[in-house]
Design a protein around this ligand. Structure first.
Ligand code: AHR
Length: 522
């Protein structure tokens, strides 16, 4: 008997078989109310880069691909379904070389895109096309203005062109180009990575630019004068090194000491998940080692946010300034055979898990993180959608964004659990992660990620104070961590329904290995 038990224990240790796994107790404290999880943390980013805009969104009026005014219908329908709250455009590094006048009117010059492959920029997708796209998908515009190679006057005129209701020459030009009424511009990014591709500026130099741009680049839309005022987002840090903590200090201190003539409402943070910039992981050809490495790396997002939030708290204890994580996601080696300047990568179940972990981090820090933009929306980096001519495929990351829709503008509700551990080699990670929230209709939602790629997990759910009798929702599972959706096999990774009723007063969830699950608790 003793021998048998020893063998069983050994077998458990060696093979981590499910029967040995302890259930994880999870308690949703529905009586406690946290901050709102701003829907804008589910924002997207569309840069003129590779086929992100041209092909991914814009196919042109004469295309055989079904389109509405040049914008592909399949992509619009897919994006509508994930309720994209805002889209950041036109860059990225591209924004600091973009001159908006080249992208309006009937004569569009061919220019260059030196940042991304040095290819021709046809300027056929410009201001009006972007605003039409935003309208078609039911989203809001987050414009990045050119601080690097533009002027305050150029940016001020762009905003006048877009937003004034007065009969100025620029407003007349806008009307002549097809839009009589002012556009709504809720978000303005003042430069991009000004410490690097945006002009290699010092914090003090950027600060001077910020003050000038924030003073003169105005939104004139009468509908945004009292309510819905445009939020101005300053360039913020891109890491945790001293040069970046100095950056946050400089901007936040200046904001605290500001005079009436300038203000800002957001500070940006960029953080990509990359293990080694010199030798990036493949997006398809990887094993459990790389799976564990990437997830370990991505969890550093939390510490990074904490570090910069602590600096912000010193100058802004009331948390008036939002931390805007307007570039995040996994950055892998370019797909073999693709133009390295186009940042093409596949998207696997590993990325679905990575996306869920980051969204959970943003939600837990919702008091400060009120906006985020995954990089990038289509065909670039950790995309929602991949296209190839008339074909389109939805990625595992897309499905996570769709499953998390109920969390948009929901109220954070604390969840308690002992996560347990998942270990591979010398890397140990939390075995599970979870967040909960109450939506506007009072419905309770729970999202649980089973990080462990090998072991199913049983969650025993308790909801003190409310009698929960069932849960139902969807679970995103995949045959392997490197499973992907392709144009030929688009349904390898798709959500499937999951539900159960309480038994003996207990709600039990059995979650498959390497899965993301979102359910409502009734
Ligand atoms: O998303 C790709 C690039 O990454 C952006 O253009 C830039 O801001 C960042 O370095």
């Amino acid at each position: 008997m003793c021998k048998f038990l020893t063998c069983l224990v050994l077998a458990c240790l060696l093979f981590s078989i499910n029967v040995c796994a302890q259930a994880i107790e999870m308690t949703i404290d529905a009586s406690k109310v946290g901050p709102k999880i701003d829907r804008h943390i589910f924002g997207q980013f569309a840069e003129h880069l590779g086929t992100g805009v041209y092909e991914g969104i814009w196919v042109g009026l004469d295309s055989k691909i079904p389109n509405t005014r040049g914008i592909r219908n399949d992509v619009v329908a897919a994006l509508k379904a994930i309720k994209v709250p805002n889209v950041r455009w036109p860059g990225g590094c591209f924004a600091d070389e973009y001159h908006w006048r080249k992208g309006i009117g009937s004569k569009r010059p061919q220019t260059l895109n030196p940042n991304w492959g040095g290819v021709i920029e046809p300027n056929t997708f410009g201001t009006h096309e972007f605003m039409d796209f935003i309208d078609q998908i039911g989203s809001e515009a987050f414009l990045s203005i050119n601080v690097g190679s533009g002027t305050p006057q150029e940016a001020a005129e762009w905003l006048e062109y877009l937003t004034t209701d007065q009969p100025t020459d620029l407003a007349k030009e806008r009307a002549a180009n097809g839009h009589q009424v002012p556009y709504k511009i809720p978000f303005l990014g003042v430069g991009n990575e000004s410490w690097d591709c945006g002009g290699n500026m010092t914090p003090d130099y950027y600060l001077s630019q910020l003050k000038v741009y924030n003073r003169f680049v105005r939104n004139f839309n009468p509908a945004q004068r009292q309510n819905d005022q445009m939020l101005k987002i300053a360039v913020g840090p891109g890491g945790d090194e001293p040069r970046f903590t100095d950056w946050t200090e400089t901007i936040m201190k200046a904001w605290k000491d500001r005079k009436w003539s300038w203000d800002m409402q957001g500070l940006s943070l960029h953080n990509y998940t990359v293990v080694d910039w010199g030798k990036k992981h493949s997006s398809t050809d990887f094993g459990e080692k790389e799976y564990a490495e990437i997830l370990k790396k991505t969890l550093e997002m939390d510490g990074l946010i904490a570090k910069h939030s602590a600096i912000m708290d010193k100058y802004d204890p009331e948390k008036k300034i939002a931390l805007v994580v307007d570039e995040w996601g996994a950055w892998y080696a370019p797909q073999p055979g693709s133009d390295p300047g186009f940042l093409v990568q596949q998207n696997s179940q590993r990325d679905a898990i990575l996306a869920a972990l980051n969204i959970n981090i943003f939600a837990r820090r919702a008091d400060r993180v009120r906006m985020a933009n995954i990089a990038q929306m289509i065909n670039v980096l950790q995309a929602m959608i991949l296209t190839d001519k008339e074909k389109m495929v939805l990625t595992p990351t897309y499905h996570v964004f769709k499953m998390y829709v109920p969390f948009q503008d929901a109220t954070f509700v604390p969840v308690r659990f002992e996560a347990g551990t998942y270990t591979h080699g010398n890397i140990t990670l939390p075995r599970i992660d979870a967040i909960a929230a109450r939506d506007k209709n009072g419905k309770l939602w729970l999202a649980v990620t089973n990080v462990d790629p090998n072991r199913e997990v049983e969650i025993d759910l308790k909801t003190p104070g409310i009698s929960a009798h069932s849960f139902s929702g969807e679970t995103l599972v995949a045959p392997k961590v490197d499973s992907v959706n392709t144009f030929d096999r688009p349904n390898t990774v798709v959500p499937k329904p999951i539900s159960a009723k309480a038994q003996n007063g207990k709600l039990v969830m059995n979650l498959e290995p390497r899965s993301v699950t979102v359910v409502s608790v009734e």
